[in-house]
Ligand binder design. Structure first.
Ligand SMILES: *Cc1c(COP(=O)(O)O)cnc(C)c1O
Length: 390
């Protein structure tokens, strides 16, 4: 029996190495990776520039602590602010930590204005993480069950419903922020009309609230722009990053601008590992390669190609509800639960995911090529057709 705590229903495979968009199991079998460790491996596996950066940094300095200035962290903060339009960055090690920082920042903002019980509006089907505060912000009852009491200070509205937000403002004077994913990931690849996000932004401005975008999954170029909010023409006060930021090296970031900048002082927040030289060097190289190799444009183009090819391959197939997404964040919604497709795909040498019971989710690396896209669709579409015909 394994001594690893039983928190995942793991697939029966162990990988030994990867190269680009391919990954190999311990028996030497090759798989096409259309998941990237859940939107993490931005540059694919074993990217030579990232490997060189990590090796060189490990040979120089891994860790010092935030008791001292860290050059790589300052450089990364500069770069992220340049790309995002934000003003300052706090570094942690994961998505939930980035969101914890965002939630603390919003509460701090509220207290500074004399609001004693600051409350954040969150969305149905949202996913923000597994720590107590981020679990409480998450809109999935199954994930919360058994962990009550949840953290207070959140109210939930249907995603895409601006009226629901407006009506809360009328009777709840404790609201300090609205928190959302521009493109919901775990919830099933949901994107609503861009006018909604602009409406949220305007309403937050009119109320003096912060707009918080959880960009942990849809950020870092995945949709074809650096950040999801740039797709819909808004600038949030707080944006959080993790997953793809270090292309496999754990790092999270909470970016603040607008009314959220300049709030924290020494002692208000911290992290032992957060923003250490190794993680920041990996993120800097990830960004550098993304820029040099035009990976944002690649994500937009290859993502559109994948959706188009699936549209053709699955045209008229009964049971396919919708093919949607943006860039390399793609969902194929079926009319029935389809979790078993994951192991069928694995057996066929493909790494894919299913979320929200009935949505096939594809999150390939940003280096995915046109021919990878053609191969992915040519090999996956028959599995979907077969599954739906059974
Ligand atoms: C994965 C994810 C998180 C949580 O990130 P962890 O690194 O697992 O803590 C938070 N928000 C979104 C949108 C995510 O996709």
């Amino acid at each position: 029996m394994s001594h690893v705590m039983n928190t995942y229903a793991r697939l029966p495979v162990t990988f030994s190495h990867g190269l680009g968009c391919r990954i190999f199991d311990c028996a030497g079998r090759e798989y096409l990776d259309a998941l990237s460790g859940i939107a993490v491996s931005t540059l694919g596996h074993a990217h030579p520039k990232l490997v060189a950066t990590i090796a060189a940094q490990a040979g120089r300095l891994l860790h010092t602590s935030n008791l001292y200035r860290i050059g790589e962290q300052e450089q990364l903060a500069d770069k992220l602010c340049e790309l995002s339009g934000m003003r300052e960055v706090f570094f942690g090690n994961s998505g939930c930590e980035a969101n914890e920082a965002a939630i603390k920042l919003a509460r701090f903002y509220g207290h500074k204005q004399g609001i004693e019980l600051p409350t954040i509006i969150v969305m149905e089907k949202a996913f923000h993480g597994r720590t107590l505060a981020t679990l409480s912000a998450t809109g999935n009852r199954k994930a919360q069950a058994g962990f009550e009491p949840l953290v207070s200070g959140f109210v939930r509205v249907p995603y895409g419903d601006l009226e629901a937000i407006r009506s809360i403002a009328e009777h709840n004077k404790n609201i300090v922020a609205v928190m959302l994913e521009i493109l919901q990931g775990e919830g099933g690849i949901h994107l609503v009309d861009p006018a909604y996000y602009r409406g949220v932004r305007e309403f937050c401005d009119s109320q003096g609230w912060l707009m918080i975008c959880d960009e942990v999954q849809c950020g870092m170029g995945r949709t074809g722009k650096w950040f999801g909010y740039q797709q819909v023409g808004v600038n949030p006060d707080i944006a959080t990053l993790a997953k793809g930021l270090g292309s496999g090296v754990p790092i999270g970031a909470c970016l603040a601008g607008g009314r959220a900048a300049g709030l924290f002082g020494p002692g208000n927040h911290g992290s032992t590992f957060g923003g250490n030289p190794l993680a920041c060097a990996a993120a800097l190289t990830t960004i550098q390669v993304m820029e040099e190799d035009g990976l944002l444009d690649n994500a937009a183009r290859v993502g559109a190609l994948i959706r188009q090819l699936f549209g053709e391959a699955l045209a008229g197939v009964k049971g396919v509800r919708e093919i949607r997404g943006q860039g390399l964040m793609i969902g194929i919604e079926l009319d029935r639960p389809c979790g078993e497709l994951v192991s069928k795909a694995l057996a066929a040498g493909l790494l894919i995911n299913v979320t929200a019971d009935s949505v096939i989710r594809l999150l390939p690396s940003l280096i995915f090529s046109d021919s990878d896209a053609r191969e992915l669709v040519a090999r996956t579409a028959p599995l979907i057709r077969e599954f739906l015909a059974a």
